[in-house]
Design a binder for this molecule. Structure first.
Ligand code: NDP
Ligand code: HSE
Length: 430
């Protein structure tokens, strides 16, 4: 019978400090819930001299990660350091040394989750990763457990807080992208190097994890067609608003005939959709199951508090299982091989914005190119351009068309000499 659960940690930064503080401060409560106290045995960091907001018992802090992952008194290793390597190697070593693992690391789980899980399961161990997607929002546990009986048909998500903050400021205040990004950086939401957020890579990692669980197959982050938000302009937000839409960076995975498609891209979402009202750093995930219908999860997708909540949920769950002597439970098992398709066959409406020469016959040429490709126009707006008297901004909304057809039509439009620039090409979602 286990009388104590030994906890090792890799990382004592934003999230790690929150986790350690709660383990120390809520020790009795957690002990009652789990059936045994959770004791922090060792915590690995890079710099032992850095001031820390949490004070650990003497001898717990170390720079020797191996001392954490091989310590026989440690049952669960909590990895909240981040990045693929060297952390991936540490996690593997911890599993091989017989430890369960809790991680908040979306990059690692997206890239190597199935292999690490296989290593763990073959030893009767588990890896839990609730905090890797959507911070404090319960998503992984519902996908692994509560929605297990369903055939999941679609996942649609606003899953990156930094970009949602930027897009909200652009929509509500007419800010340009660079100004909104600087504001996000100033508030500490965006990283000093915001590439993974603004290029949609962070959202692609998270979508690949949710889609793999939801569709019970392997969806790699490289399977996710990913477009970032860096080319959006204030004009697109004003146009979208006037037409009854908002622009959101949406992560979508859906089941189609013959496979699934997964994509992250800025899209127009109608004002009437719940996701259009998810603003600022908030995240939201809408999952459609054949039995439940649509369920919506919403909350804070990042930050020390929410992420700590998710890490501890996994840790307490594992600790309880250890106390009960439970071994294997139901895991993320990719049990079917569903192909991940390209997006050429995917149908939707499109928002197009071109800079065109303002002279007779221009609109007719563009309409003919779209018509010849089989793309039907649903609305057209033209505005005088602020950048020069001879050009105009032309905005076209299409009826539903296949992406492959649309791409061909756009290639044709790009060749017209009356078109000086294809400004935007966004799907309309919903
Ligand atoms: P921080 O940068 O604040 O903290 C990272 C911690 O890990 C630091 O204590 C650092 O040591 C330690 N560390 C990093 N690399 C190593 C290494 N090779 N060996 C030993 N220690 C190491 O990151 P966060 O706390 O913000 O994030 C941690 C994880 O949580 C990441 O995977 C992140 O993606 C994930 N996450 C974070 C969220 C957030 O809002 N912050 C939200 C959701 C997930 P030192 O202190 O000495 O530098
Ligand atoms: N960079 C991420 C975001 C942090 O902005 O949502 C949470 O994973």
């Amino acid at each position: 019978v286990k009388t104590e659960i030994g906890v090792g940690m890799i990382g004592l930064g934003n999230v790690g400090s929150g986790v350690a503080e709660a383990l120390l401060g809520r020790r009795e409560y957690f002990a009652r819930q789990v059936g045994a106290p959770l004791i922090i045995r060792r915590v690995a960091v890079r710099n032992p001299d850095k001031p820390r907001s949490v004070s650990l018992p003497p001898g717990v802090l170390t720079t020797d990660v191996r001392a954490v992952v091989t310590d026989p008194a440690i049952d669960v290793v909590v990895e909240i350091a981040g990045g693929e390597e060297p952390v991936g190697a540490y996690v593997l070593e911890a599993i091989r040394a017989g430890k369960h693992v809790v991680t908040a690391n979306k990059e690692l789980i997206s890239k190597a989750g199935p292999e690490l899980l296989h290593e763990a399961h073959s030893r009767g161990l588990d890896i839990m990763f609730e905090a890797s997607v959507g911070g404090g929002i319960p998503l992984i546990a519902p996908l692994r457990r509560d929605l297990l009986a369903n055939r999941i048909d679609r996942i649609r998500a606003i899953i990156n807080g930094t970009t949602n903050y930027i897009l909200t400021r652009m929509a509500q205040e007419g800010l340009d992208y660079e100004v909104a990004l600087a504001a996000a950086q100033g508030l500490g939401y965006a990283e000093p190097d915001p590439t993974n957020d603004v290029e949609g890579i962070d959202a692609a990692y998270k979508l690949s994890i949710m889609a793999s669980l939801g569709f019970r197959t392997r969806v790699r982050h490289t399977d996710v067609q990913t477009t970032g938000i860096t080319r959006l302009t204030a004009i697109d937000f004003a146009n979208a608003r006037d037409m009854g839409y908002v622009i959101k960076l949406l992560a979508v995975a859906e089941r189609l005939d013959g496979g699934i498609v997964a994509r992250v891209a800025p899209v127009l979402v109608p004002h009437t959709e719940p996701l259009s009202r998810v603003d600022g750093v908030y995240n939201a995930v809408q999952i459609e199951g054949d039995l439940t219908g649509s369920v919506l999860f919403q909350g804070r997708g990042a930050g020390a508090g929410p992420t700590t909540s998710a890490v501890l949920a996994d840790l307490l769950d594992l600790a309880h299982a250890i106390v009960l002597g439970a071994r294997e439970r139901k895991y993320w098992g990719p049990d079917v091989d569903v192909p991940v398709l390209g997006s050429e066959g995917h149908e939707s409406r499109y928002y197009l914005r071109f800079a065109v020469q303002d002279r007779p016959g221009v609109l007719a040429q563009i309409a003919r190119t779209l018509g010849d490709a089989g793309v039907s126009i649903s609305a057209v707006r033209q505005q005088e351009s602020s950048s020069g008297e001879e050009t105009a901004d032309l905005v076209i909304m299409t009826h539903s068309a296949r992406e492959g057809v649309m791409a061909d039509a756009l290639a044709g439009i790009a060749q017209l000499d009356v078109v000086t620039n294809i400004g935007s090409f966004l799907r309309v979602e919903g």
